[in-house]
Design a protein around this ligand. Sequence first.
Ligand code: NAD
Length: 428
Amino acid sequence: MASLEASQVEQHLEWDTPLFLMARAQFEQALPHSDVSPMIAERLSFPERALIVSVPLRRDDGSIRVFAGYRVQHSTVLGPTKGGIRYDPEVDLGECAALAMWMTWKCALLRLPYGGAKGGIRCDPRSLSPREVERLTRRFTSELVREIGPQTDIPAPDMATNEQTMAWMMDTYSMLIGHAVPEVVTGKPISVGGSIFRREATGAGVVMTAERACRRLGTPLEEQRCVVQGFGNVGGVAATELHEKGATVIAVSDLSGGVYSPKGLDVPDLHAYVALHGSLAAYDRGERITNEELLELPCDLLIVAAREDQLTAENALRVHAKLIVEGANGPTTLEADAIFAERGIVVVPDILANAGGVTVSYFEWVQDLGRLFWDREEIRSRLADKMMDAFDRVWSVSEEKGITLRQSAMVAAIREVGGALETRGIYP
Ligand code: NAD
């Protein structure tokens, strides 16, 4: 140890996993365009706080098993931190740190008064009974009680957690504090302070940005022939919105594969089918295709709303869409991104396109704090204002700097946080 330079010792921290180093590298690539000082850049390269807890669970058979739980808070410059809680075997400190940093940029881009956080429990949720998941959630919440709070850190659902998980977190926190605190989490059921339109918000926001991008590119949304990968919460709602706005949805897919009709699919019929049968597996009102084929169909607009790493160096040259909108997080690899830029295919990046969810989470928090109840139209119109404002700022930076929308989204976000931190200064 004595032979190591002090800077080398400092540089290797516990969250420096490949994923976090990738998040930091993206940040560093955007810095030259972002006009922030080296001092501010250095501060924002690190999460502010990280917590590891061990969470004991009494299994249904009476035995005890201990799980690792994490919460990382990246930045409190603009307000409390905000981000999901996931239950997954891959959860670790580096993953939470990377996702927390990305949440900081997403919130800042939308001008929400939050920084980013992420947390979770390293477990296989499918091996746990519903009662076990409830006990694990309640104990994890009690371990976090000094870290989370409506003014400090506000969790939300993520992988394998849902409205019910948030209701258990809200209840446990409220029991420990002594009164009902619905504003401590978002993504709750409406009966305990959740917001109307939260479920549809991400998919609706995806289509709002797609419509804006079409307008900027000079082709109305109604004339687009659209392909949607993923027919879950985000993709299913996006397909409905496209259909209702008069665009033609020619193909959709889920884990079971895709269905294609060049004349256009009947989206309400697809939803009715999935509600009845659980997936698109045997849907026969169209040609059956694989997910790989779906991504390469001739179309105008491709919405990728399934999962990460779908558009890669392997298939990017065979993608025919003119516009790609990222409903999922991380669906395009860095190599594919470079190929699309080279080919003039416009990509609306995830931190902008799928920010509708966190934006309506913010509306949920505001309504809870004010004991207010906004209706669907009010929430939809406020969401549209936020998404359009962010889209236009990103588009302007892209034109001004001659960089991609992904790079300009990062630049616009870093400017928000960096500018605020510059003004606040570094304490003390
Ligand atoms: P979901 O589980 O409801 O839906 C995912 C859909 O994708 C399902 O239809 C599934 O069958 C399908 N799918 C999975 N793998 C596939 C593959 N390889 N090919 C084709 N289809 C596949 O999940 P979701 O909430 O819709 O999330 C989708 C993506 O959007 C994720 O990347 C998530 O992180 C991101 N996202 C979701 C929200 C939200 O509010 N739900 C917000 C921001 C980002």
